[in-house]
Design a protein around this ligand. Structure first.
Ligand SMILES: [Zn+2]
Length: 85
């Protein structure tokens, strides 16, 4: 009839993503989080995207990128965008 109370919704997962990355989730929540991930392709893709975004931001803030390196990154990015179309 009704869904189990401990079944996590996608919306809940999205709200907990930051805490998950920070390691702030209590074990029961973390287990629910990971159980949902195992069953939900959409949330796995979302998590991966989020992880990459946060990883990139962390690297950028670690050190200042030289204009040359920045230009090189942008050209790689533009080439990648062209390949997507
Ligand atoms: Zn989901």
């Amino acid at each position: 009839m009704s869904k189990a109370d401990d079944e996590m919704a996608c919306q809940q997962l999205v709200e907990l993503v930051t805490d998950y990355f920070d390691g702030c989730l209590a074990l029961p929540e973390r287990l629910r989080f990971e159980a949902h991930l195992a069953a939900c392709t959409g949330c796995r893709a979302y998590l991966e995207q989020k992880r990459q975004t946060l990883g990139v931001l962390a690297k950028i803030s670690e050190r200042t990128i030289s204009p040359e390196a920045r230009e090189r990154l942008l050209s790689v990015y533009r080439a990648w965008m062209v390949q997507q179309n």
